[in-house]
Design a binder for this molecule. Sequence first.
Ligand SMILES: CC(C)(COP(=O)(O)OP(=O)(O)OC[C@H]1O[C@@H](n2cnc3c(N)ncnc32)[C@H](O)[C@@H]1OP(=O)(O)O)[C@@H](O)C(=O)NCCC(=O)NCCS
Length: 154
Amino acid sequence: MIFRTAQESDAEGIASVLQDLFDAGKRRKPCSAEFVLGHYISHPDSIRCTLAGDQSGHILGFQSLRHAVVDNPYDVAVGWGIIGTHIRPSAARRGVGRGLFAQTLDAAHGFDLTFIDATIGSKNAEGLAYYEAMGFREYRQLEDAVSKVYQLPS
Ligand SMILES: CC(C)(COP(=O)(O)OP(=O)(O)OC[C@H]1O[C@@H](n2cnc3c(N)ncnc32)[C@H](O)[C@@H]1OP(=O)(O)O)[C@@H](O)C(=O)NCCC(=O)NCCS
């Protein structure tokens, strides 16, 4: 598996990961390359968007780490990180998410983050289990979602 920072030229490949999740009924939000650029790769508050690929360059998934700024749309405490993870269903449960989180933690250390928020749909059992396994713990409940926090060692 290869991990690297996503570039603008990866937008189509990442969009196809989102499309596969949509087709599998695991996503409802947009899946276009334009959305990927605006939300992940080129977002002004992005700390790092890391992708995982196989030896042939096929994108298996990606993880976004953003900085929570004033008035962020997720109502996350200012200064925290905000994480999002998307793995192609055909590559699930093979350690892609675990490998991505090691990369994201590296970026979080480099950015001097102390806390990272993960907000997950309350019915998303695999998402909840994944973040729990990565060391995130619940700190708030929203209407249809649960927020978990990861605390980096100081
Ligand atoms: C949730 C998701 C990110 C997990 O990624 P993944 O690459 O399959 O995860 P990994 O294989 O690295 O699993 C790491 C650990 O997470 C937990 N986990 C992952 N998927 C799980 C599942 N379906 N059921 C139970 N636990 C699970 C396990 O503890 C696993 O360790 P193990 O395989 O040694 O038991 C992926 O399934 C996904 O993208 N789902 C759709 C989008 C989503 O829900 N994103 C996150 C919430 S917004």
